[in-house]
Design a binder for this molecule. Structure first.
Ligand SMILES: Nc1ncnc2c1ncn2[C@@H]1O[C@H](COP(=O)(O)OP(=O)(O)O)[C@@H](O)[C@H]1O
Ligand SMILES: [Mg+2]
Length: 403
């Protein structure tokens, strides 16, 4: 049985939504509040125990959605669905940012809402039966600072959280100044990895939840120590315990390793399912990158575990792809273009590039990289907005796959 909370601004439309729910054949429990999304906060407690939140609000604005972000972020596994007649692109973008999974047009098609209900029920059954997730862990590493590791990690995390129905954790292990959380949130984290390790004897799901920062309905960040001395106190065995727990709690786990190879980061790399090594077309990156790949071979990592990604790719650079592959002794798996304008705009707005400039080549390249590192389950995929807005007849053009 799935637990549904319906917020409806219309006593006339609500019965139609209930009729569509009935047609789905899925067993559910329903609570209804007749109000608008602005009053969401009043129902925060009820929402926390729900599996599905349906918001039926004809006058919904992007600003209303922004106001709902905090309440929604407290319920990371909640599936949120909007029913609204003619959403603007601004509304769809805001919906995606706060973690809304579906935007359905009015009048509702039975098939659309039924498919979502079936999906939620199946997911809940699987979780109840197994109780565990099996998060795929990918580390991002570079031989030299400034390669773009943190930028790519943050945007990969965001794209996985907003485009896939999966829970994502980003761990900042870069050990210097813990900058991943700065890129992704405008508030300080409740705790850092070092804080969590200092209480490792009490480690459980509750402690982990209290230490991570919720930056999106589906995305948590375990912040870096922000202080190299504190970071140095983190022990490999403590990290191992944390990784064991987070794999059960998340579908995708990303570790921003940064540049240092030491016993702690090597433990993270050992436990990773894949390693994404970020390089640039410059001799200094290549020299370090070659050395790093040699170390990975000495550590016994199979070559398929390591994916080389060229960031800020320039087809006219003196170090071209064949030279780069020859020097590294490894194939380049993916290239990401340089886009200073979009990167800086995203930084200034405090919105990840995959959201603020989702149609740019860089954002699309990062989404393709996400597909490569976390191969999607076999299901038909749609563009970002198309996936959100499943049923509008004149939907805005969908994102093109490819660069
Ligand atoms: N593809 C790109 N296009 C433009 N600027 C980029 C790109 N990738 C990274 N940058 C910028 O390069 C700088 C270094 O990136 P960062 O992610 O901090 O690197 P690292 O974590 O490897 O030290 C940042 O200012 C970042 O915004
Ligand atoms: Mg970094």
């Amino acid at each position: 049985m799935i637990d549904i909370f319906l917020i409806s601004s219309s006593a006339e439309r609500a019965p139609h939504i209930v009729a569509r729910l009935d047609e789905s054949g899925v067993v559910y429990r329903l609570r209804i509040a007749y109000c608008t999304l602005r009053q969401l906060r009043m129902h925060a407690r009820a929402i926390r125990s729900a599996d599905l939140l349906i918001v039926d609000d004809v006058d919904l604005s992007a600003r209303d959605l922004d106001g709902a972000e905090e309440t929604l972020a407290c319920s990371p596994v909640l599936h949120c669905m909007l029913v609204t007649p003619a959403p603007s692109t601004a509304l769809l973008t805001a919906a995606m940012r706060v973690g809304v999974r579906d935007v359905l047009s009015w009048p509702l098609e039975a098939g659309k809402i039924g498919a979502a209900l079936t999906h939620i029920a199946a997911k809940k059954n699987a979780e109840n039966a197994g109780g565990r997730r099996a998060g795929r862990l990918v580390s991002l590493v570079s031989s030299k600072g400034g390669s773009g590791t943190t930028l790519i990690a943050v945007n990969l995390a965001y794209s996985l959280a907003s485009l896939r129905n999966s829970r994502v954790l980003l761990i900042d292990l870069s050990q210097q100044f813990g900058d991943a959380s700065l890129l992704i949130a405008d508030k300080p984290p409740p705790a850092t990895l070092a804080d969590l390790c200092s209480q490792i004897d009490h480690l459980d799901a509750g402690l982990l939840d209290a230490c991570v920062m919720r930056v999106h309905a589906n995305l948590d960040v375990l912040a870096g120590a922000g202080d190299p001395l504190k970071a140095a106190e983190v022990q490999p065995a403590q990290l191992e315990q944390i990784l064991w727990l987070v794999r059960e709690r998340y579908d995708a786990v990303l570790i921003d390793i940064g540049q240092s190879l030491n016993p702690l980061t090597i433990r993270a790399l050992d436990r990773s399912d894949a390693i994404c090594m970020v390089v640039r077309q410059n001799l200094l990156y290549l020299h370090g990158g070659r050395r790093m790949l040699d170390i990975f071979r000495e550590l016994g990592y199979p070559s398929g575990k390591v994916r080389v990604v060229v960031n800020q790719y320039d087809k006219n650079a003196a170090v071209n792809l064949p030279t780069l592959e020859q020097t590294l002794g490894a194939k380049v798996a993916h290239q990401l273009p340089r886009d200073e304008k979009r990167v800086n705009e995203a930084l200034n707005r405090g919105v990840p590039l995959v959201i603020s400039a989702h149609d740019s080549g860089l954002a699309q390249g990062i989404c393709l990289l996400a597909d490569m590192l976390w191969p999607a389950p076999v299901e038909p995929r749609k563009g970002m907005l198309g996936r959100l807005f499943a049923a509008r007849p004149n939907a805005p053009p969908q994102l093109k796959p490819g660069h």
